[in-house]
Ligand binder design. Structure first.
Ligand code: UDP
Length: 337
């Protein structure tokens, strides 16, 4: 059985689907602070198999230990559960450190106690900040984090590194995601931001649906081909499959060190305007947008070198941008109706 914390969330739910498709039994643990319980039924609709579910806040150390007592057959953990809003983390840093770091520590302590050794962590390309040389490899130095949220990812990586150093049996893999977008082709699960979306693609789909009047593109005076920022947008289903191969690598003991980390992106940079164009083309519609001032804190450009993940995990992004943006639109329409 694979324990998926945050398994009703955006990336978590897609990963549970891929784990079930790969033949794994799954257990979702989620506090439902930023997701809906209904996602469990939707996963069942997609897979024909229902994941076990437990509503639990991993900040509760006692309950976290009880979880491992109750499910002795947990073979590995994929840890998504965390707060993820950059702006909110600047306003409420303690809440972010308490939640994102506190729950990680509880989980690792419980795993230690119950002799569980396989751990996959959802990290982020945010650990690189604005790199000098592109694309970024795993050897690109990590920068001082721009926000408490980003810092929790960096700190968590350090915790895993140190924990692995001190405990030769413990094995972990951190996956540094670039920008996950899109939705499951069924349109039954997808990204569901609460309130006004911060991220580009949910804002695009909500604008297309008429929930937002206009997309604001934050700056067109960057040093990029069309002046808008560049990111590496990775399809969420492709991304989810990276977790399955990471789990298999740990279970088959194919890992080369006790703490490994991989870039998970497409290896391609895309500008904001290219996203808009691709979205319009893939879905045969016009998007209302305007150029506004830069958003403070945005980095200009980043994309991944994915050679290590390609070679070591045997994983590669496969789904193209148009198809991904069609899936995002399909999800938005299906969800709203
Ligand atoms: N962006 C934008 N308008 C929006 C939201 C995002 O122009 O309403 C741009 C943003 O400036 C960045 C890119 O889209 O260049 C991706 O932003 P997102 O917040 O999705 O991801 P992140 O900045 O964390 O990489």
């Amino acid at each position: 059985m694979i324990l998926v914390t945050g398994g009703t969330g955006y990336i978590g739910s897609h990963t549970v689907v891929e784990l079930i498709n790969a033949g794994f039994e799954t257990l979702i643990v989620d506090d439902l602070s930023n997701s809906e319980k209904e996602v469990v039924d939707r996963i069942e609709q997609i897979c024909g198999k229902k994941p076990a579910f437990l509503q639990l806040d991993l900040k509760d150390r006692k309950k976290t230990f009880e979880l491992f007592e109750k499910y002795p057959n947990i073979e590995a953990v994929v840890h998504f559960a965390a707060h993820k809003a950059v702006g909110e983390s600047v306003e409420k840093p303690l809440m972010y450190y308490e939640n994102n770091i506190g729950s990680l520590i509880n989980l690792l302590n419980a795993m230690n106690e119950f002799k569980k050794t396989n751990f996959v962590f959802s990290s982020s390309c945010t650990v690189y900040g604005q790199p000098d040389i592109l694309p970024v490899t795993e050897n690109t130095p990590r920068m001082e984090a721009e926000s408490p949220y980003g810092n929790t990812k960096k700190m968590a990586e350090d915790i895993l590194r140190d924990h692995a150093l001190a405990n030769s049996a413990f094995k972990s893999i951190a996956l540094r995601y670039f920008n996950p977008i899109g939705a499951h082709p069924s349109g039954l699960i997808g990204e569901l931001p609460r309130g006004i979306p911060n991220n580009l693609v949910p804002f695009v789909t909500q604008t297309a649906y008429g929930l937002r009047e206009q997309l604001s593109i934050f700056g067109n005076d960057y040093d990029t081909p069309d002046g808008t920022c560049i990111r590496d947008y990775i399809n969420v289903v492709d991304l989810s499959k990276a977790h399955v191969v990471a789990i298999k690598r740990l279970l088959k003991k194919r890992n080369k060190s006790n703490y490994e980390y991989f870039n998970i992106g497409t290896g391609k940079g895309t500008t904001v305007l290219e996203i808009v164009k691709s979205f319009e083309k893939a879905n045969s519609l016009k998007l209302n947008y305007k150029i506004v001032d830069r958003r403070p804190g945005d980095i200009e450009k980043i994309w991944a070198d994915t050679t290590l993940a390609n070679n070591e995990l045997g994983w590669k992004a496969e789904i193209g941008l148009d198809e991904t943006l069609a899936s995002a639109w399909n999800w938005e329409k299906k969800y709203r109706s």
